[in-house]
Design a protein around this ligand. Structure first.
Ligand code: ZN
Ligand code: ZN
Length: 432
């Protein structure tokens, strides 16, 4: 057995985007995620071809662009193996691949691979190989276990065993989703061993907020907009937090009428399928979601949109968290001239998000947590007790503040955990 698991960051630590991590123990090496970064019209991980060719496996934690948009580049770098992911993540890939291409083109860039390169990728499904929380054999000297990470349906954490050594990858993680299940590796997987290396989602840096505190901020804002006679537009991704927001808003603001685009309600209704609900939703979630869905107004056509906007003030959930596609653009056009209305973003916005056109309607940001901040990282370190931890998915400053906070709280002593702020990584990004 080798001394320890070596990790190389090819993207995603000290920055938000292009997540890509190389783990190696002896002759066994794997890659975790291979994403794009939105800044500057699209950036990609610093892939090292001679290491890519030797990979035993590539794992994809979930379908978001910042984790998957560079996967086809692996083929260009000589990877001939499989990409391991869940069936639900696989189903979502084409939508996110399209969204990435649309984003890059909207910034005048080109994607450095063809749309058909996705079809050349070979996939294996983690959930076919083993149920959640149990080991699956991936290759000689390599086992993996997975479980839901509470970030998005299909999103997983991974526990890897490389030549007998354990490494954990949280993926994008939240234990605070209203509807989505989240777990951590069960004790049975460890057999008395400890995790040598943990890569933890710390996208919110040292932010101390809880989901409840953010929801209070959001509902206060919605009530304020409603009181002044305005509509609130919430652009949300098709899967994930829109579903949570719907249930929270219906339950917290029962007096406030809510409308949602049909493409969202179709996706939410699909999650009520017993097999999907059992995999990805909390026990009580299907009943709460079904009840919330009975109380919303569904919108499909442009004339319904216009009719809705001339009606009493509504909270409107529309697909596309970045507001780059229809129907979010139509809503934006119809609402922009009136300062009573508001567009409220609840997710991460890249630093080149559009602000070029005059806008009378209010633009606000109220976070809905789908990642980890200070209290969440603390809790994860307490539960997993890894020997080394690397905090990823945030800019250097935020990561440094979180790290010094954790060190002050004694995490360097806790089970000899070292918290690494950042690791050296291959120098040049493969920007197209
Ligand atoms: Zn994500
Ligand atoms: Zn992410």
């Amino acid at each position: 057995m080798t001394e320890h698991i070596e990790v190389a960051v090819w993207g995603g630590a000290g920055e938000h985007g292009r997540s890509c991590y190389h783990f190696q123990a002896g002759e066994t090496s794997v890659l975790l995620d291979c994403g794009g970064k939105k800044e500057h019209g699209g950036q990609y991980p610093a892939l090292v071809a001679q290491l890519v060719r030797k990979l035993k496996a590539v794992f994809l934690s979930h379908a978001h662009e910042d984790h998957m948009a560079a996967l086809p580049l692996l083929l260009q770098h000589g990877y001939t193996g499989e990409v391991w992911l869940t069936r639900e993540t696989h189903r979502q890939l084409p939508g996110y691949a399209k969204a990435w291409r649309r984003y890059v083109q909207s910034r005048g860039g080109t994607v450095p691979y063809g749309p058909y390169d996705w079809e050349r990728m070979r996939y294996r499904f983690l959930d076919d190989e083993a149920p959640q929380g149990e080991w699956a054999s991936i290759a000689p000297g390599l086992r993996a276990a997975w479980g839901p990470s509470g970030h998005l349906p299909g999103a997983v954490w991974l526990l890897l065993e490389l030549e007998g050594r354990l490494a954990f990858f949280s993926g994008d993680y939240s234990s605070e989703s209203t509807l989505l299940q989240s777990t951590l590796p069960p004790a049975a997987l460890f057999a008395g061993r400890s995790i040598e290396l943990a890569l933890l989602d710390a996208a919110y840096g040292d932010a101390p907020g809880t989901q409840t505190s953010h929801l209070i901020e959001l509902t206060d804002k919605l009530a304020e907009v409603h009181a002044r006679g305005g509509h609130s537009l919430l652009p949300v991704p098709t899967c994930g937090r829109g579903m949570d927001l719907l249930v929270e808003l219906i339950e917290r603001l029962p007096e406030l009428p809510i409308a949602a685009e049909a493409s969202l309600t179709l996706e939410w209704a699909r999650m009520l399928r017993p097999d999907l609900a059992a995999h990805w939703l909390r026990d009580e979630a299907p009943a709460r979601l079904a009840s919330a869905m009975r109380r919303i107004r569904t919108v499909t056509t442009d004339s319904e949109r216009r009719h809705l906007l001339s009606d009493d003030p509504h909270v409107i959930l529309s697909p596309d968290g970045m507001m780059l596609a229809e129907p979010a653009l139509t809503y934006s056009r119809l609402l922009r001239g009136d300062p009573r209305h508001a567009v409220i973003f609840t997710g991460h916005r890249s630093s080149d998000a559009r602000t070029d056109e005059p806008y009378s309607a209010e633009i606000a940001s109220c976070r809905y947590k789908v990642h980890q901040g200070l209290p969440d990282v603390q809790q994860m370190l307490r539960k997993l007790r890894p020997q080394r931890a690397l905090l990823v998915h945030a800019e250097t400053g935020a990561t440094a503040r979180l790290t010094s906070h954790l060190l002050r709280q004694g995490y360097s002593a806790l089970n000899e955990t070292q918290v690494w702020q950042q690791l050296p990584r291959a120098d040049e990004s493969m920007t197209s």
